[in-house]
Design a protein around this ligand. Sequence first.
Ligand code: ADP
Ligand code: ZN
Length: 526
Amino acid sequence: TAPYPTAPTADPLTVLREIYGYSEFRGKQGAVVEQVVSGGDAVVLFPTGAGKSLCYQLPALCRSGVGVVISPLIALMRDQVEALKQLGVRAGALNSSLSQEDFIATRRALARRELDLLYVTPERVATPGFTEMMRDLDIALFAIDEAHCVSQWGHDFRPEYRALDRLAEAFPGVPRMALTATADPHTREDIIERLALQNAAVFTTSFDRPNITYEIVEREQPRRQLLDFLARHKGESGIVYCLSRAKVEETAEWLNTQGIHALAYHAGMARETRDAHQDAFLKEDELCLVATVAFGMGIDKPDVRYVAHLDLPGSVEAYYQETGRAGRDGLPAEAWMVYGMADVTQRGRMIDRNAAADEVKRVERAKLNALLGICETADCRRQAILAHFGEQHDGHCGNCDTCLSPVETWDGTEAAIKAMAAIYRTGERFGAGHVIDVLTGNATERTERFGHDTMPVFGAGKDIARKTWQSVYRQLLAKGLIRVDHDAFGALKLEPGARAVFRHEQSLRFRVDRTPKGKASTGTRR
Ligand code: ADP
Ligand code: ZN
């Protein structure tokens, strides 16, 4: 195929049809392309599979000069460059995996202005040589892929992303785009601030993945439960996530003894084995890949039919990303997780033992709580997940376990009112621990110091166990009625929706906690 002659006047729709062979833009792709082609900055928050690549590739082809794509994933770069070359687009990459020859060839093509798209790692952008190399070139745009890596709040912080804030100054007038499939409001703000994208147009689309069925079950006999789950997926491929490398290996080995073709994948394995297992996963029709979170980013396998978690992910963002690898082809897929109190204690301990600063610990605890809220919700899981990303959903999706088989609940309206009154009366300045002390009438140095022990709300909730109050707060978080303010040391704050509950305009039902032995306990202490 002949190289496509790019001209500043090229019409996006024509390029879409002639180069890619697609008839129409999908969703907001067209709007993003228009914004960038006309020289504006853009923040693109689309879920996995929505078609983010086109959002920067097309403007790069329609504007003069080379489009620079910054991506942390060398494997993904290679795939994209190959795919683009197949389409006749002049694409190249500069990264540490290239041979000396290829490296020189790409640099030469760049200097001769024979590249439409150049993929580089953030490390390279941070080198002084990069600015020098690019200085005299015509640059169509900078696209910062996986932009959530700039945020410490995100699940995949990469320090080298911080250096990307220099692009704005070093290359004024060149449009910049940040793209990610992670879009909780906190990460979003971080991206805009850290990458100096205050003037960018922000494009979001629903994060709902309607073809994914969500199920979160209580851990009883996890291996047995996993086998039962996998029995629903005979002849299909999927991923089983575990927290530790040891557990990955044990689980894969054990699955094979149970007649399930499983392979392990984690960062501690030899490179060749890892690559071989990844290739097998991409090619074979029936394979269970047991992996740590080291696996998955940038993997484009459309027919992953299930994602199972044997351990809690690190955050809601991570859960969403990891489960989002299922069903990219739009056909039914399942996201399944076993979870128990042990996970919660273990994770809490890991956070506490971590030598990190208090601020980091608070963020980690808040992330854990948000995820627990989703685990414990008695309402639609999809609604809870989407609420975390600032998106409204009516609930009753009919495609999650709580919708398909409703859980036992108790009327928590009065408890919720007390719980939120305690937040309000103490000035929305305290975390759950202190507020529960106030509610349960647990006098501490702090309740005394702030005079909270003399308030009417002090002890107003002592008929309910502390553990249940914790669950109430997690469920209020999950329902979006309160939020954790990370800029105020994890203080709980009321959200506008709380008002309807105070006025008795909305009643709330909470999930009945089940003890590990399967005995249910209601909100009231006996
Ligand atoms: P993301 O990066 O958002 O996860 P990709 O850019 O990998 O998504 O795109 C996902 C899939 O959708 C790819 O196979 C891509 O070719 C396809 N795709 C993207 N845009 C369109 C379109 N306008 N029409 C048809 N298919 C599209
Ligand atoms: Zn649902």
